[in-house]
Ligand binder design. Structure first.
Ligand code: UD1
Ligand code: CA
Length: 466
């Protein structure tokens, strides 16, 4: 419709000052986590998709926390124009406070920090349509409880938005609702905002009242009904938060499956960050992925695993109930079931870490095995080392951590304690049950345990007769 040069610049206002009373939380609502990130992060990402001239973020309740969060995200902080709303007098008041900073001649799109699943496409639809009219994104919902209702006249034109609390029972039956996204040319919107009053039961300046003003001023008002109402659901309480979470997880699961990942059950996976998978990855039920997780080709993740900030090479197998954090593994490693790999664990090709093994800052060389019931921390293992069941690196002397080094092909007998700092040479063998506090030379058997003895003729005590 418009030539590129005639399209007005775009400013987006994001409302994030409200308390979120219905959450009953100490945390500001827009910082409640959804898919591992604050609600607000999702909204700002959708907004960034429009490449607006400015993003005005209205903050108030808990703003120190919101600002602190934004500072952790350089990409976010750099793009924001902060607007402070010290008293939360309503959505209209919040938008009004941003008006002095608007880009002259722009189209304003208003989005809510508590409508997190909104897509860039929906915001773009509103922006595009609002070059010379007022646009509201509406949705038809089964349960309109709590939302502003879209009132249309006999000709089907939007004439007003009536808030739930103020609606007559006939209006309450309307199931077309205001999603919160309103867009209009800045020069129309500013005087309407200035004219808002709080003559309503809640005593707030309602942004939604600008619609009736637009109609009165003879400006065209269009209600664009969103195809996917779910995208526009507001999050006001914990039940809605949980619903949004399931919806987001379903989307993430769908995306994974589209890229070729097999999910045993798309309803039983949680991705709270980014999960990038190679070809033919298989993920069983109940797994949680956090932070940045990268899985190579043919990786298998068993049921109920928890991975945070993990990279696994091709063909890795993680068996059930394993917890991996800060782990980098090469191809064909085998982990679990019931393994706990803590930050700084590096597994080389075909390394194995079995059940009830904990590792931390452990570099495990190619083909090395720690198969059962061990703690290996602050350790460097060469290639093809075998660590017997129950072996512990005693890495902590109560004040400092120390390193254990184990050479290629060393064999550590079961139930040994390696008291760091200590070094075990290549091809060394440690007898089971040893406490090793001094270097164990390469190629030799080192045993440090009391000698076994048997007493010939010894007899078991017998019970005294009364
Ligand atoms: C609002 C709309 C309603 C719509 C619904 C969609 C109004 C008057 N009502 O109702 O028509 O159906 O959203 O989800 O606009 N906020 C501020 N400052 C304030 C008040 C609110 O920044 O003074 C922010 C909140 O942090 C929130 C957003 O505005 O992100 C919406 O506020 P909320 O109180 O949740 O409005 P609803 O009652 O949901
Ligand atoms: Ca809301």
């Amino acid at each position: 419709m418009n030539q590129r040069s005639s399209v007005a610049p775009l400013d987006v206002v994001v409302l994030a000052a409200g308390k979120g009373t219905r959450m009953r939380s100490a945390r500001p609502k827009v910082l409640q986590p959804l898919g591992g990130e604050p609600l607000l992060a999702h909204v700002l990402r959708a907004v960034a998709g429009l490449s607006p001239q400015q993003v005005h973020l209205v903050v108030g309740h808990g703003q120190a926390d919101v600002r602190a969060w934004a500072e952790t995200r350089a990409d976010v902080a750099a793009s924001l124009t902060w607007v402070e709303q010290t008293e939360q007098l309503g959505t209209g008041h919040a938008v009004r406070l941003s008006a002095p900073g608007w880009t002259p001649g722009s189209v304003i799109v208003i989005a809510y920090g508590d409508v997190p699943l909104i897509s860039s496409a929906t915001l773009a639809d509103a922006a595009r349509a609002a070059q010379a009219q007022v646009v509201i994104i509406t949705a038809r919902v089964a349960d309109p409880q709590g939302y502003g209702r879209i009132v249309r006249d006999a000709a089907g034109q939007v004439s007003a938005i009536v808030e739930h609390a103020d609606a007559t029972s006939a209006q309450q039956a309307i199931n077309e609702i205001n999603t919160g996204v309103i867009a209009a040319p800045a020069e129309w919107l500013a005087p309407w905002l200035a004219a808002l009053t709080k003559q309503n039961p809640k005593g707030e300046y309602y942004l939604t009242d600008v619609i009736a003003m637009a109609v009165a001023a003879g400006r065209p008002v269009t209600g664009l009904c969103a195809a996917d109402a779910a995208e526009l659901e507001g999050v006001n309480d914990r039940a809605q938060l949980a619903r949004a979470e399931r919806r987001l997880q379903q989307q993430r699961a769908d995306t994974l499956m589209q890229t070729g990942v097999t999910l045993a059950d798309p309803a039983r996976i949680d991705v709270r960050g980014s999960l990038v998978c190679g070809r033919d990855v298989h993920i069983d039920v109940g797994c949680v992925f956090e932070g940045q997780v990268e899985l190579g080709d043919d990786v298998t993740i068993g049921p109920y695993c928890h991975l945070r900030d993990v990279q696994l090479g091709d063909g890795a197998v993680i068996e059930s109930h394993s917890v991996l954090e800060g782990v980098v593994a090469e191809a064909k490693v085998h982990v679990g079931p019931f393994a706990r790999l803590r930050p700084g664990t590096r597994l080389a090709t075909a390394a194995k870490v079995g059940n009830f093994v904990e590792t931390k800052k452990a570099i495990v060389g190619p083909g090395s095995k720690i198969n059962h019931l061990s703690y290996v921390g602050d350790a460097e293992l060469g290639a093809d080392v075998n660590v017997g069941a129950g072996t512990i690196t005693c890495n902590y002397d109560g004040a400092n951590k120390h390193l254990t080094r184990i050479g290629d092909r060393a064999f550590i007998g079961s139930n040994s304690a390696l008291v760091a700092p200590v070094e075990i040479g290549s091809d060394a063998t440690i007898g089971a049950g040893s406490v090793i506090a001094k270097p164990a030379p390469a190629g030799q058997l080192t045993v440090s345990r009391s000698k076994q003895m048997s007493l010939p003729g010894w007899q078991r005590p017998t019970k005294h007769k009364p």
